[in-house]
Design a protein around this ligand. Sequence first.
Ligand SMILES: [Zn+2]
Length: 73
Amino acid sequence: MKTSGRCPKCGSKRVVRVPDQARRHASGNNIYVTTLTLAGKIPVIRYVCADCGFVEEWVETAAEREKIRRAFG
Ligand SMILES: [Zn+2]
C-alpha cells in the first residue's frame, strides 16, 4: 500500500498517509525502544484506505528500524 498506492483488500487507490502526531505525547501508535520519554520513540506511519478502512503500518526509516532491531532483535 505504501509502495503501490493501492489497497490490497479492495483495490482502491484512495490511500491516505497518516503521519505520527508529534504533539500528541501519549500516542498509542508508536514503538518505544527505551523507557526514557521521546528519545526512544519510533513513530509508526499509517496508511489508511479511504474506501474500506484497511490500515497498514510502517516504520519508515532504516535508522529507526535499526533501533528496534537493537532493542528487541
Ligand atoms: Zn481498501
